[in-house]
Every structure is written in C-alpha cells, then in structure tokens.
Design a protein around this ligand. Structure first.
Ligand SMILES: Cc1ncc(C[n+]2csc(CCOP(=O)(O)OP(=O)(O)O)c2C)c(N)n1
Ligand SMILES: CC(=O)[C@@H](O)[C@H](O)COP(=O)(O)O
Ligand SMILES: [Mg+2]
Length: 638
C-alpha cells in the first residue's frame, strides 16, 4: 500500500470558504492535490473513480465562484461527488467512503449542508434544482442554484421534463452539462450524437472576451431572441439550438479542465444570469489518472486497486455470478429462439446483456438511462410477438412502475423482467438496495413473479420465462456470486406456481423465496440439532402462490416462517393473505414473516446487512425459538 500523497495546499482547504481565499493561479495545484487524494482514497475503499476525476476542476471552480452552501449545488447521480466531499469538510472521513459506518458514495442531505439534495439514481438534478430556484424566488432570496448533470444522465426523460418546465418558468437555474462522452458504457442515442456534434465540430472560444460579452446578455429583461440573433451574428454562441429553443441561455462548449475557461464564465453567470442557463462543459472521464484514462470503462466503478499500476484487487469467485449465469443462459436460449431480444437501460455490463449484444447485436438494445421507455419499448415488441427480456436492476425498475402496470400488466403482454441486484447490494447503500420489486409486482393481477434460490434455479427461470407467453413474468436474483451448485446443461421449464420441498421435517417449516434458501438450510441444521425437526421449502413463485404446498406446510407443522430478502408487503404478505383467506390461521398455526426491516438500511457488506435484518441463519433460528417461547439453545448459531 502506498503512503497517502503530500497535499500542502489542500491541507489548508477544509471548506469552500478556505478555497475562496486562494488566488486563481493556485487552483491548478489544488486540483492536482484533490486528484491525488481522491485516487489514494478510492484505491483503499473501491468506488466510483472515473466520474469524480473528470470533475475536479469543475467542482473547485463552482465552489470558488459560488457561495455554497447558501448557493445550492446539486450533483446528478452523485457518483462524481468525491472531490466535492473532500472540499466540503469531509476529507477526514474520505477513506471511509462506502464502508459500513462511513461516508456515503453519493450526496446525502443528512451528511452535509453542502449536499442540498441527495441522489444516486440518475437525472433528478434539474427538477430538484428547479424546485429550489422557484423556492428561492418565492422566498425572495438571492440564491443561485447549480445542477451538474452528465451526458449519460441527459438521456433520461426526466431531464427533458425539467428543462421543458424550467424554460417556461424562466427560473434562475444554472444547469452545467458535464459532457465526457461516456455513461457507464459508451453513451447511446441520438441526443448523445447531438452533444458529440456540438462538442467536436467547434473549437473552444476565447473566454476572457466571451465572458465580457456575456455580461450584457444575461439579464431577465433582455429579449433573448434578439440577443441570440446578435450573438450568432457575432459568433459568440455556437450550436446549442435545442437548449436555446427550450428557453435556456446556452453557453459552450467550454473546456471543463481549464480554470481560464471555467472561472470567467461561471462568474458572469453568477453575476448576471436571471433566467435559465445551460453551460456545456466538456471533460474527460478518468482525467489525470493514466490507468483510468486508458480503460474502456474509464474506471467508472472500481475495486480497491494499486495506485502505481492501476491493477484492481480481484477476489477469486467460488461460483459464477448470477449476472453471468443469466447472461449466458439468455444467449443460449436466444440461439434457439430468434424472437428473444434483450433490453438494457444503460447497464449492458452490469446486467450482462453485453454478452447478448456481442452475439446478436441486432437483437440487443441499450436505450440509455431510460427505464420507463425500456419497459414500454419492450411492451411494443411483445405486442408484435417478440419475447423481450427487459433486464433492469431492481432499484431502477422502480422508476418504470406505471409503465409496468399500464403498458405491460393491464394489457397482459408477455414482457420478461430479469431483475438483477435484488436484495442488499452492499456499498451502494439504501438507494440501490433491491427491496421493493416483489411487493410492487406481486400485487399486480396476472403477473408471474419468481425468485431464484441459486444459479441453477436462475437457469431454469430464464428458460421458463422464455417459454411463457401468457403474460408478464419476472425473476429476481441478487448481486454477486451463486452458491456453487451443479449446473444443468440447459434450464428446465418450471411449472408455473409450483414450489419444491428441499428438506423434509415435521415441526418447523421454513418457506424461502429466493437466495435466503441457503441460510434456511443452515438454520434447519441448527433446529434439527436442537430437536426441532425442520422442513425447508423453496417457494420459487410469489405469484401465483403454490397453494397446495402452503396448505401442506401450514397443516403439518406447528410453526411456519417465510423468508425473503425484500421489503414488507412481498412474498410473506402474499402467503399471509392466502392463509388468512383459506382459514389456515384459525387453528393456532404460529406464522412469522422475515423481511427486510422497515428502515433505510445503511451500506455494509450484504452478509452483514442480512444479519442486521435477521435474515441469516442466526436470525432465522432465533425467530423460531422466540415463536416457540424458548430461549436460544446453547451452541445454536447466534
Ligand atoms: C435511474 C438510473 N438508472 C441507471 C443508473 C446507473 N448509472 C449510474 S451512473 C450512470 C452513467 C451516468 O453517466 P453520466 O451522467 O454521463 O455520468 P459520468 O459517469 O459519465 O460522469 C448510470 C447508467 C442510475 N444511477 N440511475
Ligand atoms: C452509480 C450507479 O448507479 C452505478 O454505478 C452502480 O453503482 C453500479 O452498481 P453495480 O456495481 O452493482 O453494477
Ligand atoms: Mg458522462
């Protein structure tokens, strides 16, 4: 491990107020030191590296020019905010990023007054900023609001809804479009191509001169149409037509790594802008760290790494990851069925759909950060007889809920929903936990909702989903590696609504939905050893439920425990509702539902989060003992 870098200038800058005492000529040195500090910190913690490296100068320039935190600075997604955290009183904890008990990897209101709006999901900054700008006008304060949004985040519909509204309201909002020509993967879509044209066809302008000219044109009482015509005639403004037509004053492209470009523009905008302004800033993801600059993904998200070589720590997996099993099985099925197509919302690598794209490029679609569109696009394909797999992370599927309900479920369209990152995801914390999918899907009439207990089950579920044409169907699986079970050459088609008994017992029944099955089996060992003969069943389906199986478990056991890595309202609630309506609760059955607790659980390793949630072996055993009114037996896990 290398020593932390020497940072003499940064050592004098704990807060933006310190930064504002520096001369402009000191800022490049400060930027070098912030970069060194960030690289060192992330090399120890892992996390989002490339995006933060790309906005070091921009972050310094904004804090230097604007009066944060009184002026509001909002980072879209928030994964690029590490330099901001270093400069806003959190440097002493920067090496706790994303660790249990440490700093969040995103902006969070609870963490600092310099984080006026929390994020982690993309494309919310312009809306939130507009709300704040309007609040400032209503409150008659003289506050500036700055939203920094990436070119990837600009692919989401919500960003355009906000631009549309901001232009109409003529609010005093400053949008900085941080264009590094990258999303997590290379960006896709017509908008990305448009930005690339704006950025590449022009040279950066002479900004000292430009800054002076800008002054005259930014006031509220200025007729922007005349101003624009004059500017175009004089060549002060290049491109940007689309933003201008939406009512924004568009400046750029400007070099986001040059303080000479950034400072005069930001100062002019601060002092003179009255209406909405969009500054198109061009940056390089991974800037200033050679291994990141050279990497195809620009080190978007990294494990711990060696600072000298850039080599990331690799943990040797014991089993294939769920994502890779899904991806390989989908390719296998797609080879046999040309109606299968894949859809990702800007997560080709994370969902494994890059594998499908490499084999069948014309049958795999990266639609950008556009989950709502992804789902309705899939619905359109399904309506025409295709078999779309809309592969989304559980947390991002939340954004497309009305599309799931209105465009897919009500019409009974056979869209397949592979749901990755279901359950606790670890370092990304509560914004990314896959908590709610079972709850919000199993409540929809006609939906088939599955969860894989291990990687072989996942293979069966991919095949089952491919074969199922009667309506929407989903299957969830977690982040990380599988259990290490033997894998079938090809998945089986599961009978819809049928679970399986994995281990027979007589007194206690553990009914698992998803990958908690492994802990149920371990808990059963402890319970058997304590004289409590335990049955373990894998429900496979939260909808339709296996009524026969549940009846059998309820009738022949004293206690029934459901276990799932999801929020209340999901599988356990479905089971409870069935038991209640079937009269099976009337005969003294002891039933407990183990779910994620009703709090926003902070980041930690997933196994730690499961233990805190009482969803691990010890938690299951302890629930059984409590239900039976017994203390924990000595020697039993816990
Ligand atoms: C709604 C939503 N979908 C997907 C993601 C995953 N995601 C995080 S960052 C990112 C790329 C963002 O690209 P950009 O805004 O250009 O920022 P950059 O990393 O290039 O700085 C994606 C797809 C997300 N955070 N939120
Ligand atoms: C910021 C963001 O939303 C993504 O970068 C996310 O952190 C990726 O998560 P995985 O590492 O689970 O793919
Ligand atoms: Mg980008």
């Amino acid at each position: 491990m290398t020593q932390p870098p020497k940072t003499p200038l940064l050592d004098k800058v704990a807060y933006p107020a310190d930064l504002r005492k520096l001369e402009d000529r000191d800022l490049p040195q400060l930027a070098r030191e912030v970069r060194d500090e960030m690289i060192d910190a992330v090399s120890r913690t892992g996390g989002h590296l490339g995006a933060g490296l790309g906005v070091v100068e921009l972050t310094i320039a904004i804090h230097s020019v604007f009066n944060t935190p009184e002026d509001r600075l909002i980072f879209d997604v928030g994964h690029q905010c590490y330099p901001h955290k270093i400069l806003t009183g959190r440097r002493d904890r920067i090496r706790t990023l994303r660790q249990e008990g440490g700093l969040s990897g995103f902006t969070r209101r609870a963490e600092s007054e310099y984080d006026p709006f929390g994020a982690a999901h993309s494309s919310t900054s312009i809306s939130a900023g507009l709300g704040m700008a309007v609040a400032s006008e209503l409150d008659k304060t003289d506050r500036r609001v700055i939203a920094v949004i990436g070119d990837g985040a600009m692919s989401a519909g919500m960003a355009y809804e906000a631009l549309n509204n901001a232009g109409a309201l003529d609010a005093r909002l400053i949008v900085i479009l941080n264009d590094n020509d990258m999303s997590i993967a290379p960006p896709t879509g017509a908008m990305s191509a448009y930005l690339a044209r704006l950025a590449s066809g022009r040279t950066y302008m002479g900004f000292r001169d430009f800054g002076k000219k800008l002054t005259a044109y930014l006031g509220k009482n200025v007729d922007r149409a005349i101003t624009r015509a004059v500017e175009h005639a004089r060549g002060y403004v290049t491109g940007g037509t689309m933003f201008e037509e939406m009512g924004f004053y568009h400046i750029g492209p400007i070099d986001g790594h040059s303080f000479e470009h950034l400072l005069p523009v930001l100062r002019n905008v601060r002092d003179h802008a009255e209406g909405p302004v969009l500054i198109h800033v061009v940056t390089q993801k991974g800037k200033g760290y050679a291994p990141a600059e050279a990497a195809a993904d620009k080190y978007h998200g990294v494990n711990k790494f060696d600072v000298i070589t850039g080599t990331q720590a690799k943990v040797k997996p014991n089993a294939p990851s769920y994502t890779s099993v899904f991806a390989e099985t989908l390719v296998q099925e797609a080879e046999l069925d040309d109606k299968i197509v894949g859809i990702t919302a800007a997560m080709p690598n994370g969902t494994g759909l890059d594998k499908l794209a490499s084999v069948f490029p014309s049958r795999c679609f990266d639609v950008g950060i556009a989950e709502q569109h992804a789902v309705t696009f899939a619905a359109g394909l399904a309506a025409e007889g295709f078999k779309p797999f809309a592969a989304l992370y559980s947390t991002f599927l939340q954004r497309a809920y009305d599309q799931v309900v209105h465009d897919v479920a009500i019409q009974g369209l056979p869209v397949r929903f592979p749901i990755d990152r279901a359950g606790f995801v670890g370092a990304d914390g509560p914004t990314h936990a896959g908590s709610f999918d079972t709850t919000f899907l199993a409540t929809l009439p006609g939906f088939v909702v599955m969860a894989a207990a291990d990687e072989a089950e996942l293979k069966h579920m991919v095949r089952t989903a491919a074969a199922y044409d009667a309506g929407p169907i989903s299957f969830r699986y977690p982040r990380g590696e599988g259990v290490g079970v033997e894998m079938p050459v090809r998945g089986e088609i599961l009978q819809i609504g049928k679970g399986r008994v994995v281990k027979e017992g007589a007194k206690v029944a553990l009914l698992s939905f998803g990958t908690r099955l492994a802990d149920c089996l371990l808990a059963a060992e402890d319970l058997d050893a304590a004289g409590l003969s335990t049955t373990v069943a894998d429900a496979r389906f939260a909808k339709p439920l296996d009524h026969e199986l549940i009846r059998q478990l309820a009738r022949h056991h004293e206690i029934l425990i459901t276990v799932e890595e999801g929020a209340v309202g999901g599988f356990g609630s479905q089971v409870m509702q069935f038991l209640a309506m079937d009269g099976l609760l009337d005969n003294g059955l002891k039933i407990r539902s183990l779910v994620m607790p009703d709090v926003w659980m902070e980041q930690a390793k997933p196994e730690v989060m499961n233990a805190h949630a009482g969803l691990d072996r010890a938690g299951i055993v302890s629930t059984v003992f409590k239900a039976l009114g017994r203390g924990l037996a000595v020697g039993v896990a816990g």
